[in-house]
Ligand binder design. Structure first.
Ligand code: COA
Length: 181
């Protein structure tokens, strides 16, 4: 088992590794999974995914990273089930955009989504000293919206027809969580 960076009740979190590449490549191109993602509209291969993972794994930095991505999996299992990241971290405004993908559909609806959300919020507020974390989610992604609400995100507005999914434009919800909440 590689170095675990964070733990929650049922999950571990660590830096993405090259051995995650085959799973990420498959998951992000699975129509069920990529439907709700901003990525996954173009085909890509495992070498490209490995190069992306390589780019995430800079040596430890004192501060000022603008993207932090972690793979996560179920305690007692070595393989990852998804990835989650804080993106566009602003050193001035102390905010970041959060994203999550559970790439194994058989693991959806078991409460892992909210567990990841809570863990990443705790990390964002208490380790990275962020003030606000926000996300965008398809307005018809009920599973996600329920999970994010349960973790403490509040609905903040609608981005009308922001996403093109299977032939139609869909609204996206903006949700956010403040450390002070
Ligand atoms: C969105 C996602 C992260 C949510 O994680 P999850 O582990 O499935 O979510 P949870 O189990 O914590 O919560 C799911 C909620 O939806 C409900 N639910 C489960 N299946 C559902 C369905 N088919 N329709 C509507 N609600 C559903 C659950 O009952 C639960 O709500 P509750 O607490 O009110 O009972 C995960 O499903 C996923 O990665 N999906 C594919 C990619 C994706 O959508 N990424 C997010 C882009 S913003």
């Amino acid at each position: 088992m590689a170095a675990v960076f964070l733990e929650s009740e049922r999950l571990w979190f660590r830096a993405p590794e090259k051995r995650d590449a085959a799973f990420f490549t498959e998951a992000l191109q699975n129509p069920l999974v990529r439907r709700n993602l901003m990525v996954g509209r173009y085909p890509f291969n495992q070498e490209a995914e490995e190069a992306w993972i390589e780019r995430q794994s800079e040596p430890p930095a004192m501060d000022n990273k603008t993207n932090v991505v972690m793979a996560f999996g179920i305690k007692g299992e070595d393989r990852s089930i998804g990835a989650s990241g804080l993106h566009n971290i602003s050193a001035i405004h102390r905010h970041a955009e959060w994203g999550i993908t559970i790439g194994r559909p058989e693991e959806w609806g078991k409460g892992y989504g909210r567990e990841v959300a809570r863990t990443m919020l705790h990390y964002a507020f208490n380790t990275l000293n962020l003030h606000r974390v926000y996300l965008r989610v398809n307005a018809d992604n009920e599973r996600g919206i329920k999970a994010y609400r349960a973790a403490g995100f509040k609905e903040e507005g609608v981005l009308r027809q922001h996403m093109f999914v299977e032939g139609q434009y869909l609204d996206m919800l903006m949700m956010g969580a403040l450390r002070t909440e």
